[in-house]
Write a protein that binds this ligand. Structure first.
Ligand code: AMP
Ligand code: MG
Length: 334
């Protein structure tokens, strides 16, 4: 299917991808059309062996190669200079290319069977929460793509960590499941982590192309309450947002955690919907459920959702990056 120029949605360990043959420009353009993706938002090239790296990269810094050998297959994307054989539409005109080897048997088999690296962004309508279940892909893209391979719920739930090795020192473009301190340990030097990588503003000066756009958002307005280390303060702040909404006659939802959900029982009795994202003791589970939770908000018929923040430790950095973007109001929407 991929070899014939088709668009195939497939599971990876992070989220579902929408794939096409990297070297088939018409197929690649089909991805942008199906998703409604702005053409200046580049795709990630998925490979199944270290040899494939040379099909798409013009050069690979020694540290990036060493990192790839340790981290792949896994949830880490490495940005390196683009080989001229990679169509410009894949990289949105950039001279660099983002490459990753996914740690999912179905993804690896698909790439091997297709005998070509697979260019793929997340398999959602542009701007919506990324798909972590085949149902999410079907509900977004059903009649626009050729095939969905259902591999059940993805293991990690948020997109790969992206590190840009065209800069020295390397720069974190997007936090994900692969820890930045592990990258630093392997390459033996620091990685630059900016406030933007944490998910804060500056939509007009994006760290990486594509990041200026609305991302990960339900249609329902989302309010994020940041966690500053004091759970009591977080609960009080969520309560006041929700109480105000109820007073204004709105129907609010709370995306709570196992530890806090009982604190909203009175608000629930007054009509607020309360969902738990999981326990604060296991942020990996919160990450896995994150996009499903954001999608549910649109399905339960509420006017706004208030979501609790999490500590920026480990995968918490990726969770907060996605929540800040999901809750952000962008001048440009896609
Ligand atoms: P998605 O898989 O939907 O999260 O999209 C892939 C993301 O990877 C894009 O939004 C970009 O932010 C990033 N990306 C892909 N290629 C490059 C590149 N050459 N340089 C910097 N970032 C990139
Ligand atoms: Mg995406």
């Amino acid at each position: 299917m991929v070899r014939r120029g088709g668009l195939v949605a497939f599971p990876t360990e992070t989220v579902y991808g929408l794939g096409a043959d990297t070297f088939n420009e018409a197929a690649v353009l089909g991805i942008f059309r199906a998703k409604g993706r702005p053409p200046d938002n580049p795709l990630i090239v998925h490979i199944a062996s270290m040899d494939d790296f040379w099909l798409v990269a013009r050069s690979v810094p020694e540290s990036a190669w060493r990192l790839a050998e340790r981290a792949w297959p896994g949830p880490l994307t490495i940005v390196v200079p683009r080989d001229p054989r990679v169509p410009r539409s894949v990289t949105a005109g950039l001279d660099s290319v983002a490459v990753r080897m996914p740690a999912h048997p179905v993804a690896l088999e698909l790439i091997k069977a297709s005998e070509t690296p697979i260019a793929a962004p997340s398999a959602n309508i542009s701007g919506r929460p990324s798909p972590t279940r085949a149902e999410h892909v079907v509900s977004d893209l059903c009649d626009r793509i050729d095939l969905v391979i259902d591999g059940g719920e993805t293991f990690m739930g948020v997109e790969s960590t992206i590190i840009d090795f065209t800069r020295d020192p390397p720069v974190l473009l997007r936090p994900g499941p692969y820890p930045v301190d592990k990258v630093e340990e392997i390459i033996g030097s620091k990685v630059i982590v900016t406030n933007q990588a944490r998910g804060f503003g500056e939509a007009d000066r994006p760290l990486a192309p594509g990041m200026k756009y609305k991302h990960y958002s339900p249609d329902t307005p989302l309010v994020l309450v940041e966690y500053t280390g004091d759970l009591e303060e977080l609960v009080e702040s969520v309560r006041s947002h929700v109480a105000r909404a109820l007073k204004e006659g709105k129907r609010p939802a709370i995306l709570a955690s196992d530890e806090t959900r009982s604190r909203y029982r009175d608000l629930e009795e007054r009509g607020a919907k309360v969902l738990s994202m999981g326990s604060r003791r296991s942020l990996a589970v919160v990450a896995r459920r994150l996009y499903h939770g954001l999608r549910l908000v649109d399905e339960i018929g509420v006017d706004l959702a208030v979501v609790e923040g999490y500590p920026e430790e480990g995968i918490g950095l990726a969770i907060m990056n996605r929540l800040r973007k999901a809750a952000m109001t962008f001048p440009v929407t896609t």
